[in-house]
Design a protein around this ligand. Structure first.
Ligand code: UD1
Ligand code: CA
Length: 467
């Protein structure tokens, strides 16, 4: 095996994105394009990992700052892809191996595709090997021309193509292997004699031999991102991949087109995802769950056999057998125990609920700790905020809070307590008691509303008098 270096081209502005953000920092499913391009290199060993940056270079550098063994190469003026690769020359002094070049705006490449390209390149001892694809719609891509021995003879950019050349659907994916000692002979000689007045990397093919084109097996992998429409198309491709994998792994997706799932999500077999449901971030859902319709689960751990209906669950944990929704909102490290029921229009924030506890209707539970089998009556509120600070509420096992009760935190309610409806509870209580914290009902017999003079009756005034 020859030594291998890689250069990722990420210096372009990406004018067609019409954005102030450098193109390679636009995100696709939560990760930037350039991060994804680098991700396609996983499992390969490199003597040099170079990334050419220019437009918005500081932003690109800081976004990748956590990656080790990555060398940033500045391209201060963006004069084209050939000019970008010229910038790596000082970094590869005396290098005798192969250089893999990737466009930073090609985010869906699979690592095995790059490995295969490299294998073919080295097996044939090519000067250059170019990844190609046959696209149904090749508009915008450079067209690749080969002779009848599949030897590459030229690459012509879309805008430089004649009408006849445009009919060629074989395109340049923007992914190349070069034998560096050969490339370095021709790289300095590029000219900018084209429609864009740029130095095209693709022009080196005219002077290298032997040079081969290798078709990608799945053409969707090589989708380049030049505009927002292609970004959306790439997202759809990515989603299809993720969803196909989960369906193959035993997850039911009802109406997959209306569902989105981040790559970081983990699902068990026999999970059912209903329409209009979105699973994001570090989310794990165990077997037997039915999630949706109409739900968003973000960075949350969902146990087995849980149902979530029209609800939002963020940064939270839900244990086995719980029923969430419709229209519940769990957030800020809410922890819901086994077989709990969290119902209609209930918000649970930074609170922990024991097993078989119910908060079924119209409640806010914040900064609270509820025991097992607590029954929270409709409209119960923990008043956790005094305008300056948040305070905790504790409610013991089997306690029942009456409808429309308010717990003014900080407050501790014991176990087996019954709280009367409409109570405003401001003081701690022991276990095993009835708490009533409301004005006593007053009944005044025979009372009538005060009589006001009757308003002038306009219909009578205008009617003719009959006496
Ligand atoms: C390029 C190829 C085209 C191919 C397509 C595949 C050339 C001349 N054309 O076209 O044949 O079909 O990719 O996606 O190479 N960049 C720099 N510095 C620059 C210019 C660009 O680093 O001065 C980077 C960009 O950030 C981008 C990549 O190179 O990541 C490709 O540049 P772009 O302008 O998008 O090239 P295309 O027109 O798509
Ligand atoms: Ca491009």
């Amino acid at each position: 095996m020859r030594m291998l270096a890689v250069a990722v081209l990420a210096a372009g502005r990406g004018t067609r994105m019409k954005s102030s953000l450098p193109k390679v920092l636009h995100t696709l499913g939560g990760r930037s394009l350039v991060e994804r391009a680098l991700g396609s290199l996983s499992g390969m060993e490199f003597s040099h990992r170079l990334i050419v940056v220019g437009y918005g270079g500081d932003q690109v550098k800081s976004s990748l700052g956590n990656l080790t063994n990555l060398k940033f190469v500045d391209q201060t003026e963006q004069l084209g892809t050939g000019h970008a690769v010229q910038q790596v020359i000082p970094h590869l002094n005396g290098f005798q191996g192969d250089l893999l070049v990737l466009n930073g705006d090609v985010p869906l490449l699979r690592p095995q595709t790059l490995k295969r390209l490299l294998q073919i390149h080295q097996d044939h001892q090519n000067s250059a090997t170019v990844l190609t694809a046959h696209l149904p719609n090749p508009t915008g891509y450079g067209r690749v021309f080969c002779n009848d021995q599949n030897v590459l003879t030229g690459i012509v950019e879309d805008r430089d193509c004649t009408t006849a050349q445009k009919q060629n659907r074989r395109i340049n994916a923007g992914v190349y292997c070069f034998h560096w000692p050969d490339l370095i002979q021709v790289l300095p000689n590029l000219s900018a004699d084209n429609d864009q007045k740029e130095y095209y990397l693709t022009d080196v093919v005219k002077s290298l031999s032997p040079i081969m084109a290798v078709d990608v097996e799945d053409y969707q992998e090589i989708q380049g991102i030049n505009n927002r429409k292609q970004l959306a198309e790439a997202y759809a491709i990515l989603q299809d991949r993720i969803k196909d994998d989960w369906m193959a792994a035993g997850v039911t997706l009802v109406d997959p087109d209306s569902i989105t799932i981040d790559e970081t999500v983990e699902l068990s077999p026999d999970v059912i995802i209903e329409p209009q449901t979105h699973l994001r971030g570090n989310t794990r859902i165990q077997t037997g769950c039915r999630i949706g319709p109409g739900s968003l689960i973000e960075n949350s751990q969902i146990g087995a056999n849980v149902t979530v209906l029209y609800s939002v669950v963020s940064d939270s944990t839900v244990q086995d057998g719980a029923r969430i929704g419709p229209y519940a909102h769990l957030r800020g490290a809410a922890q819901v125990g086994e077989n709990c029921r969290i119902g209609n229009f209930v918000e649970i924030k930074k609170s922990s609920l024991g097993d078989r506890t119910n908060v079924a209707h119209l409640s806010y539970i914040g900064d609270a700790t509820l025991g097992n089998q607590v029954n929270v009556g409709a409209g119960t509120i923990t008043a956790n905020y005094d305008g300056f600070q948040k305070h905790p509420t504790q409610i013991g096992d089997r306690t029942k809070t009456g409808s429309n009760s308010v717990f003014v935190a900080p407050v501790n309610i014991g176990a087996d307590v019954t709280v009367g409806a409409g109570s405003v509870v401001t003081q701690d209580t022991p276990d095993d008691c009835l708490v009533l914290a409301r004005a006593k009902q007053t009944v005044i017999p025979g009372w009538r509303p005060r009589q006001y003079p009757q308003p002038a009756d306009t219909t009578q005034q205008s009617a003719p008098k009959d006496s």
